[in-house]
Design a binder for this molecule. Structure first.
Ligand SMILES: Nc1ncnc2c1ncn2[C@@H]1O[C@H](COP(=O)(O)OP(=O)(O)OP(=O)(O)O)[C@@H](O)[C@H]1O
Length: 247
């Protein structure tokens, strides 16, 4: 059964330099006739993708090739400039771990809030809070505002919530590089549970050994385009060779 479908998805983004929201500067430059339209960059280029239920799909590619952006488009965090994205089922994106937390409210309230955003009830999230805190090793921090946690702790909390709720679709962006060694091992074990289960998983990682071992199909992205999509073995070999290797 098809759970994700991207039809001709493209995304243009403004390049960093015009992130100057300095009104005075902008007005001055208009008055002086020096105003330039913000430059834009094609970050995803006509992506076609169909993912079936239970598939474990890897995404590889050089820095800046659009891997995280593709995950954000699938998660609905970013909207495509052109094309359509269809997703069936509950999706838990583990991207920029903890980016969705409210720093001012407590860890406990954030657990509930995050769960509600994923479509769970408050009561259900309160019931899950104990196991979430335990996995994240944050039992003593339940009532502390999130701004009082270290960045590693925030990442642990994000990982713990998103994997506790057992979503239909799990999106993992480089989460294996988060946290200290002992927590990394715990994460790996928990991720393996998803590999055995029915869940559909999309994972981005630069760890090609892990990707080859864990994913059946791999997408190789280059400059926002799908260069290759196929068996893990061939995708990794092609990526390493810098060109698509014939079968
Ligand atoms: N917030 C943003 N605004 C504008 N452009 C962005 C933004 N975030 C990323 N980009 C651009 O989009 C392109 C793709 O970035 P993306 O983060 O998806 O790449 P990636 O393949 O995940 O890279 P990495 O391996 O370094 O994590 C890059 O050219 C980057 O500069």
């Amino acid at each position: 059964m098809e759970v994700i479908r991207l039809d001709k998805v493209s995304l243009w983004r403004r390049t960093q330099e015009e992130f100057s929201y300095d009104l005075k500067k902008t007005v001055l430059s208009i008055v002086e006739g020096k105003y330039r339209q913000p430059a834009r960059k094609l970050v995803l280029d006509t992506i076609e993708l169909v993912v079936n239920k239970g598939e474990k799909i890897g995404i590889i590619g050089a820095n800046g090739s659009g891997k995280s952006t593709l995950l954000k488009i699938i998660s609905g965090i970013l909207k495509p400039t052109h094309g359509t994205v269809r997703v069936k089922g509950q999706i838990a994106p583990l991207i920029e771990l903890g980016a969705g937390f409210d720093p001012e409210i407590s860890v406990m309230d954030n657990i509930v809030l995050y769960g509600v955003l994923l479509g769970f009830s408050r009561i259900e999230m309160r019931a899950r809070a104990h196991s979430i805190l335990e996995f994240a090793e944050l039992q003593d921090y339940a009532l502390v505002p999130v701004k009082g946690l270290s960045s590693g702790m925030v990442a642990r909390l994000g990982f713990s919530i998103a994997t506790d709720v057992q979503p239909d679709i799990l999106i993992l962006d480089e989460v294996l590089s988060v946290g200290d060694e002992s927590f990394k091992n715990k994460c790996q074990q928990r991720i393996e549970r998803f590999w055995d289960a029915e869940a559909t998983v999309l994972v981005v990682s630069h760890d090609l050994g892990f990707m080859k071992q864990s994913c059946k199909r791999i997408i190789w992205l280059e400059k926002g385009k799908i260069n290759f999509i196929g068996t893990a073995e061939r995708a990794v070999e092609s990526y390493l060779a810098g060109k698509v290797i014939p079968e």
